[in-house]
Design a protein around this ligand. Structure first.
Ligand SMILES: *[C@@H]1O[C@H](CO)[C@@H](O)[C@H](O)[C@H]1NC(C)=O
Ligand SMILES: *[C@@H]1O[C@H](CO)[C@@H](O)[C@H](O)[C@H]1NC(C)=O
Ligand SMILES: *[C@@H]1O[C@H](CO)[C@@H](O)[C@H](O)[C@H]1NC(C)=O
Ligand SMILES: *[C@@H]1O[C@H](CO)[C@@H](O)[C@H](O)[C@H]1NC(C)=O
Ligand SMILES: *[C@@H]1O[C@H](CO)[C@@H](O)[C@H](O)[C@H]1NC(C)=O
Ligand SMILES: *[C@@H]1O[C@H](CO)[C@@H](O)[C@H](O)[C@H]1NC(C)=O
Ligand SMILES: *[C@@H]1O[C@H](CO)[C@@H](O)[C@H](O)[C@H]1NC(C)=O
Ligand SMILES: *[C@@H]1O[C@H](CO)[C@@H](O)[C@H](O)[C@H]1NC(C)=O
Length: 516
C-alpha cells in the first residue's frame, strides 16, 4: 500500500515537471508582404472562406503599436487607422507573430478589459498599459484586433471596414515549456520619437500653484477670464495624456480618463514656455501637422497630439485620435469632435530683431559670406540688396536683387518708383547682413498688410517699408513692399511689376530687448 502511494506521488511529481509552463518571450518578425506568415506565422482563423487571418502588429499614425489582421491576398495588415474606419496597410513597418517551437498559443474568452494570465502583451513595455491580441468570431468569420486595457475592450475592424468594439472577446495567451526571457515588442518607426520636430518640450512638475501663469504655455481662457494651461498626467498608470491646468479655484489638472474628465491633484506636469520656441494652436485640417506637440509615454510608442476646443467660450483640452479629438465636455464626459485645434511648436525665437544691418557691396565684399541669399534667378544667386543713391525727398532706399556675377554685371537691380524699367546701381549698392543669431522666415502676405516681425527699413524713419519676394517657376524676384499696396519688383522681362500676393522677410531673435 505504502509502495503504491509512493509510486503515485512520483508519477504526479513527474507529471507536474513535464507540464510546467512559463510565460512566452513572444517572437515578432518583420512582415515583408510575402507568404511567410502562412508557414511561420500564427493564424487566428478565416476572415473569408479560404482566407486565413494571421496576427500582426503595426503602428497607427506612427503613434501606437496596434494589432491587426495580416492577410496574404492582397498582402497587408488591416487595422483601424483613423479612429472610425480602417485601412489595409501595404507598406512600412509591419510585424507578424512568429511562434517558437516550445510555445503553445490558445484563445481564452474574456471581457471588460480584464487582466488575463499569460496573455500575449505588446503594450506594457511601451505604453505602460497592457495590450493584448483579441478576436471575436461571428458566424465562422474571425475578426482580430487589439484588447486595450486602457480603452476597456476589443477594437477590431468589422465586416464593413469600420471600427468595431466588443466587451466580450477572446484573448490570445501563450505558454512555453521552457523559461524564456520576455521580449520587448518591436519599436515602431524610428521617426516616431522625433515627431516634435525641433522643439524639446520642457515639462515641469506642477504643484497646483500659480507658476504656469508666468511660465506655462497658455491654452486661452477656460472660464471667467481665467487662463488654461497645457498639462499632462498618467493617472492609474495609464498612458500619459494631455489635460487642462487651471491655477485658480481647485488648482490642478483636468484630464480625460476612461471617458470622463477627472481632477488630478498629484503628479501632473505643465508645459513650460521657451523664448526660443513659438507655440501655436492651429486649426486641424485633416492632416496632423509635422510640428504637432505630443504627450508621450515611455519610449514613444504611445503619443497623443495635444488638442483643444472651445465649448461655450471655455477651453477644453484633450487629444487627437485619427481625424477626431477626444475632449471633455461641459458635462464632464468625453466626446469626439471634428473641429479642433492642435498645438504646434517651432524652434523659432519670438522676439523682434534689432534694426537690420546693410554693408557696402562691391566685388571685393562678397555677400556670399554674410549676406542674405533669397534663392536664385536664372540659376544665379539672388542676394537682398538696396540702392542708396536713388533717394530724393519723396522716396526711400530701393530694395532689389544683388547679382554677383558676371563681374561686369554685378550690382543691385531694382524697381524705381518713377521708372517702369529695371534700374541698376553698382556704386552705392549695399547688401543685407544675415545675423547668425536670428531666425529669418518668409511670411506670405497680401496687399501691403503689416506683417509681425517683418524687417523694416526706412531712410526717413517715418515710413517703414518691407522686403518682399515673389517666386515664379523657382525664380525669385526681390522688391520693396509698400504698406497698404503690395510688392513692386522687376519681372523676368526687366519691367516694373506689381503684385498683391507675395512674401515678406520676417526676423526673430531670442534677445528680448527689442520687444515681442
Ligand atoms: C525547446 O526546448 C528544448 C528543451 O525542452 C530545447 O532543447 C530546445 O532548444 C527548445 N527549442 C527552442 C526553439 O527554444
Ligand atoms: C452565416 O453564414 C451563412 C453562410 O455563409 C449565411 O447564409 C448566413 O446568412 C450567415 N448568418 C449571419 C447571421 O450572417
Ligand atoms: C526600442 O527602443 C528602445 C529605446 O530606444 C531600446 O532601448 C530598445 O532596445 C528598442 N527595442 C528593440 C526591440 O529594438
Ligand atoms: C496628493 O498629495 C497630497 C499632498 O501631498 C496627499 O495628502 C495626498 O494623499 C495625495 N493623493 C494621492 C492620491 O496621492
Ligand atoms: C535659448 O537659446 C539661447 C541661445 O541658443 C540659449 O542660451 C538658451 O539657453 C535658450 N533658452 C532656453 C530656455 O532653452
Ligand atoms: C559698374 O557698372 C558699369 C557698367 O554698368 C561698369 O562699366 C563699371 O565697371 C562697374 N563698376 C564697378 C565698380 O563694378
Ligand atoms: C551671436 O551670439 C553670440 C553669443 O551670444 C555672440 O557672441 C555673437 O557676437 C553674436 N553674433 C552676432 C552677429 O550678433
Ligand atoms: C515677357 O515677355 C514675353 C514676350 O513678350 C511674354 O510672353 C511674357 O509673358 C513676359 N513675361 C512677363 C513676366 O511679363
Amino acid at each position: 500500500m505504502k509502495f503504491y502511494i509512493f509510486l503515485l506521488f512520483v508519477a504526479t511529481g513527474l507529471g507536474s515537471v513535464n507540464s510546467q509552463t512559463y510565460p512566452c518571450g513572444v517572437n515578432y518578425a518583420p512582415y515583408n508582404f510575402d507568404n511567410e506568415p502562412v508557414t511561420l506565422g500564427l493564424s487566428a482563423g478565416e476572415y473569408e472562406p479560404g482566407k486565413k487571418a494571421y496576427l500582426g502588429l503595426s503602428s497607427w499614425n506612427q503613434m501606437t503599436l496596434d494589432a491587426g489582421r495580416i492577410q496574404i491576398s492582397p498582402p497587408g495588415i488591416l487595422m483601424p487607422t483613423n479612429g472610425i474606419t480602417s485601412s489595409l496597410i501595404t507598406s512600412g513597418s509591419v510585424w507578424y507573430l512568429k511562434p517558437k517551437s516550445n510555445q503553445t498559443f490558445s484563445w481564452v474568452s474574456s471581457k471588460n478589459a480584464e487582466t488575463v494570465t499569460n496573455a500575449v502583451d505588446f503594450g506594457t513595455q511601451t505604453s505602460g498599459t497592457p495590450s493584448y491580441f483579441g478576436s471575436v468570431i461571428n458566424n465562422g468569420t474571425v475578426y482580430v484586433g487589439i484588447v486595450s486595457l486602457y480603452m476597456g475592450g476589443l477594437f477590431y475592424v468589422d465586416s464593413n471596414g469600420y471600427l468595431g468594439f466588443a466587451t466580450s472577446y477572446n484573448v490570445l495567451i501563450c505558454q512555453s515549456t521552457v523559461a524564456e526571457n520576455p521580449v520587448a515588442p518591436p519599436n515602431i518607426s524610428t521617426s516616431a520619437s522625433n515627431v516634435d520636430t525641433g522643439c524639446i518640450n520642457n515639462w515641469v512638475p506642477y504643484n497646483n500653484d500659480k507658476e504656469p501663469e508666468t511660465k506655462g504655455v497658455s491654452a486661452d481662457k477656460y472660464d471667467c477670464g481665467n487662463n488654461a494651461y497645457v498639462g499632462k498626467a498618467n493617472p492609474d498608470v495609464g498612458p500619459w495624456r494631455p489635460g487642462r491646468i487651471q491655477t485658480t479655484g481647485q488648482a490642478g489638472l483636468y484630464l480625460l480618463n476612461k471617458g470622463r474628465e477627472i481632477y488630478v491633484q498629484n503628479g501632473s506636469y505643465y508645459l513650460a514656455n521657451n523664448p526660443n520656441y513659438t507655440y501655436n494652436w492651429v486649426v486641424f485640417d485633416g492632416n496632423l501637422p509635422s510640428n504637432a506637440v505630443y504627450v508621450r509615454s515611455n519610449v514613444g510608442a504611445l503619443a497623443f497630439p495635444i488638442t483643444k476646443i472651445k465649448i461655450n467660450g471655455d477651453t477644453r483640452i484633450g487629444f487627437q485620435l485619427g481625424d477626431q479629438a477626444a475632449i471633455p465636455t461641459d458635462t464632464g464626459y468625453g466626446s469626439y469632435f471634428q473641429y479642433f485645434q492642435i498645438l504646434t511648436c517651432d524652434p523659432i525665437p519670438r522676439y523682434k530683431c534689432a534694426v537690420p544691418q546693410f554693408k557696402k557691396y562691391n566685388l571685393d565684399n562678397a555677400p556670399s559670406n554674410d549676406g542674405f541669399s533669397a534663392g536664385k534667378l536664372n540659376g544665379v544667386n539672388a542676394y537682398i540688396g538696396r540702392s542708396v543713391k536713388k533717394c530724393t525727398s519723396n522716396c526711400d532706399y530701393n530694395i532689389g536683387r544683388i547679382q554677383t556675377s558676371p563681374s561686369s554685371a554685378a550690382g543691385v537691380y531694382f524697381a524705381d518708383e518713377f521708372s517702369s524699367n529695371q534700374m541698376f546701381d553698382n556704386v552705392t549698392a549695399e547688401y543685407l547682413v544675415r545675423n547668425v543669431n536670428n531666425t529669418y522666415i518668409w511670411q506670405s502676405s497680401t496687399s501691403g498688410l503689416k506683417v509681425k516681425n517683418a524687417i523694416e527699413f526706412s531712410q526717413t524713419g517715418s515710413h517703414p517699408y518691407y522686403i518682399g519676394i515673389s517666386v515664379i517657376d523657382h525664380n525669385v524676384f526681390i522688391g520693396k513692399v509698400l504698406p497698404g499696396k503690395g510688392l513692386f519688383y522687376i519681372d523676368s522681362n526687366g519691367s516694373k511689376t506689381f503684385t498683391i500676393t507675395y512674401s515678406v522677410l520676417t526676423c526673430y531673435s531670442s534677445d528680448s530687448s527689442n520687444g515681442v
